[in-house]
Write a protein that binds this ligand. Structure first.
Ligand code: PEP
Ligand code: MG
Length: 359
């Protein structure tokens, strides 16, 4: 309900006039996408699909998939999730009519989706016709000591390719549906947590095969892109190889900060304040991009990627994409876009314009 006229509109108009870099948004729902459009976002730089698995019946199907004993069981459960995902994506494509939409494949570790309380585990056991011991054992076996460094991101897609297949199908089918309704859509499918080029090769092959299948079933086609997050230091170090397989790069600076410093995203808050008080660190590196360390990996990844593909589209979708000094750093690397949460879009647009003017 904010008033977007007057001085605000004037500043946004000036930002538009001078900026050389687009600002996209991180959005998972058509509502967020619509808010960001009002603020002038030029597309979605990160749609985190895992958020779509928690609501209503979806979490049930997701749990069924995770606890299935074999691939056939997982495929049956994934069939239930397919129409829901398709509908979500279509809504987002329609809201972003004509602008780029980057959809990221499933990222978090699977234990985040299963119940940890005995009462809920009992309910699930009854629903699935399993014993409580079986369900408890299956849930416990998903526990990890370091889940953020564990079985997540493309590691899930590599071990359970049927998940990637379902999500790729939902994205391509939704894009064809949106196209039939008159929207202009070029979906960008993004693979998370790649550190080894073979991971991306394997995921890209599944996506391309699935797209071809859908095109022949529907007797229709669309253009689409397959790219990757650069958020593991090894991906930045080997970006020349990764660019051979990727249509675009998006720096996930939340994970890249975690892995470059070796600071846990979940726990570092406990001592980072003291580090700042003692002058060891000037800023919280999760809030403001560390230009000396993490930033050098971002620079290296961008340069190596573009050495392989001079026109490689490069953006950033970590929290830093909405923080002014980090946005300016991204502009200095000639990134195509930064992506941030909807309410940070205006400030990012101003920072991008200031960077262009200072340049
Ligand atoms: C990141 O790691 O910077 C990122 C955008 O992904 P997520 O925060 O979902 O891990
Ligand atoms: Mg990440």
């Amino acid at each position: 309900d904010a008033d977007l006229s007057g001085d605000f509109a004037k500043i946004m108009e000036l930002a538009e006039k001078y900026t050389k870099m687009d600002v996209r948004t991180n959005a998972d729902t058509p509502k967020d996408a619509a808010v960001a459009r009002k603020f002038g976002a030029k597309g979605i730089g990160l749609c985190r699909t895992e958020h779509m698995f928690f609501e209503g019946d979806r979490i049930k199907a997701m749990r069924e998939m995770i606890l299935s004993k074999d691939e056939e069981g997982r495929r049956e459960a994934l069939k239930k999730l397919l129409p829901m995902q398709r509908q979500d994506f279509e809504g987002i494509f329609m809201a972003m009519d004509g602008f780029g939409v980057t959809i990221r494949l499933l990222d978090p570790p699977l234990h985040e989706f299963v119940p940890h309380q005995l009462a809920t585990q009992k309910e699930l056991a009854a629903e699935m016709g399993l014993s409580i011991e079986e369900v408890k054992l299956a849930c416990d076996s998903l526990e990890e000591f370091n889940p953020m460094l564990g079985h997540r991101g493309c590691r899930l897609g590599c071990t359970y390719p049927e998940i990637t297949e379902m999500q790729a199908r939902a994205i391509i089918e939704a894009a064809l549906d949106a196209k039939a309704k008159g929207a202009k859509v070029i979906p960008e499918i993004m693979v998370p947590l790649v550190g080894i080029v073979e991971e991306l090769k394997m995921q890209a092959a599944i996506i391309h095969q699935t797209a071809e299948k859908v095109f022949s079933e529907r007797n229709d086609q669309i253009e689409y892109k397959v790219g990757t997050m650069i958020e593991v230091p090894r991906a930045a170090l080997t970006a020349d190889k990764i660019a051979e397989v990727a249509d675009f790069f998006s720096f996930g600076t939340n994970d890249l900060t975690q892995m470059t410093f070796g600071f846990s995203r979940d726990d570092a808050g406990k001592f980072l304040k003291i580090y700042q008080e003692k002058g060891i660190l000037k800023n919280d590196p999760f809030a403001i991009l560390d230009q000396q360390g993490v930033g050098q990996l971002v620079r290296m990844g961008t340069e190596k990627g573009r050495a392989t593909k001079p026109k490689l589209k490069v953006g950033i979708c970590g929290e830093h994409g909405g923080e002014p000094s980090s946005v300016k750093f991204c502009a200095s690397l000639n990134m195509n876009y930064v992506s941030c949460s909807p309410y940070r879009v205006p400030i990012a647009r101003v920072a991008a314009a200031q960077a262009a003017i200072e340049d």
